[in-house]
Design a protein around this ligand. Structure first.
Ligand code: KG4
Ligand code: ZN
Length: 398
């Protein structure tokens, strides 16, 4: 099956085409195991530079950029896949074009791009579309959804509505292209710009939430703290770089930069990061920071969040006897957090397998959407294109 994934939930515009075969390796509803896939084309365009000047993601700006970039990104992905062939005659009726225009009423620029594209190129060999339906920024999600609906009309293809967080779980569950390494029960730690949660997986595509942040997500805490340190958006990677410098230079750790580890004694698996951001602000106390101080604060912040993640994961692994820990979401690109989780597993959970995504696939991409979409397509779980909606708060848990 060839499946085209579309991702526009936040500030990455991405389109990926995969060819996949087989099914999930264990669990219910296995139709035909021996899952394998090939990436035929994959494009991710980050809007970082557009948002950097505002210090954060502006939903309406994100929406505009997605509308502007989706068709060029689709063309790029299809070119990589060798699926862009000149049209040999009109394939879209005036009536269909009229429906598409209505669908893309709020994205007129995207409609023009798409109509030109469809008049220029043949229908590629694709069996289904997969698009992120949520969670994410609703104005941004809508662009991808309406784009998928218009393509579905033009090419007569079914659509899978994909949960973005499930995309993170699936892509992180891969090891050397196989899903065999994941054993149940598995614990999923999802750490991104919008989420911090622990889910118990007793089977594929089934999640029970056992812990979550009560306020800020961890990526949000990284980004806000980075802003307090005067770092450009997106702050997570920039803050992490400073923290790494503090460690290699072995800078001293002043007491005033030691932050309380939030929620360690909460008696549950929940998180809270908004107090930590405040603690950083108090520590800075309106002063002009030296580079050295910035590095020290960055390291203390990172140590604090890593300690909390490790403590909660430890409790969850002990409580549920998980055989696999799978970590997903943009913050799983963080090398300090990766190292701390690796140490935890090596030292105290040697029977548990740790699955971390390659750093370049930790952040948002459409490959993960195509992959997650594939398994639902395999189960015949298609969306009703006419009534599909963006779901900003869509949960992964049942
Ligand atoms: O999964 P993702 O790309 O988008 C969402 O679904 O939210 O995650 C983005 C988040 C941002 O908050 C970004 O600052 C953070 O992941 N991030 C990092 C690193 N790389 C990305 N945070 C800490 N260290 C990193 N290396
Ligand atoms: Zn994400």
């Amino acid at each position: 099956m060839k499946i085209l994934g579309i991702e526009t939930s936040c500030d990455e515009t991405a389109v990926s085409l995969i060819e996949a075969d087989g099914d999930l390796p264990a669990g219910r509803q296995v139709l035909d195991a021996n899952f394998s896939f090939t990436v035929l084309g994959d494009t991710v365009l980050s809007q970082t530079e557009v948002h950097a000047q505002y210090g954060g993601v502006y939903p309406n700006l994100a929406k505009r950029e997605h509308a502007r970039n989706l068709v060029p990104i689709l063309i790029n992905t299809l070119t990589q896949a060798g699926e862009l062939a000149p049209s040999n005659g009109p394939i879209i009726s005036q009536e269909t074009l009229g429906h598409m225009r209505e669908l893309l009423e709020r994205e007129p620029e995207l409609f023009v791009h798409l109509a030109n594209f469809l008049a220029t190129y043949q229908k590629p060999r694709i069996d289904a579309l997969a698009v992120t339906a949520g969670p994410g920024l609703e104005p941004a999600l809508w662009v991808g959804i309406n784009f998928a609906r218009a393509l579905s009309l033009a090419w007569d293809l079914p659509i899978v509505a994909v949960n973005h967080m499930e995309g993170h779980v699936i892509i992180s569950s891969l090891r050397d292209g196989s899903l065999d390494a994941l054993q149940f029960p598995a614990l999923a730690l999802l750490i991104s710009g919008g989420h911090t949660e622990l889910d118990l997986m007793r089977d594929w595509l089934a999640y029970e939430q056992i812990g979550a942040t009560r306020d800020d997500a961890i990526g949000e805490a990284f980004d806000k703290t980075a802003r307090l340190l005067g770092l450009p958006y997106p702050g997570g990677p920039a803050l992490s770089k400073l923290a790494a410098e503090a460690r290699t230079q072995n800078l001293p750790e002043p007491d005033e930069y030691h932050f309380t580890r939030p929620m360690l004694d909460s008696g549950d698996l929940d998180f809270s990061f908004s107090g930590l951001k405040t603690a950083v602000r108090v520590a800075i106390n309106g002063q002009e920071l030296t580079n050295e101080q910035k590095k020290q604060i960055a390291r203390s912040f990172e140590d604090t969040v890593a300690d909390v993640l490790v403590a909660k994961v430890r409790t969850a692994l002990e409580a549920h006897g998980a055989r696999t820990l799978v970590v997903g979401g943009g913050v799983s690109a963080n090398s300090h957090i990766r190292t701390k989780l690796q140490e935890l597993i090596e030292q105290d959970f040697s029977d548990t397998t740790l699955l971390l995504p390659p750093a370049d696939l930790a952040t948002d991409n459409a490959l993960m959407i195509a992959l997650a979409g594939y398994f639902h397509a395999k189960r015949g779980e298609f969306a009703e294109a006419a009534t599909m909606r963006a779901a900003g708060n869509l949960s992964i848990a049942q």
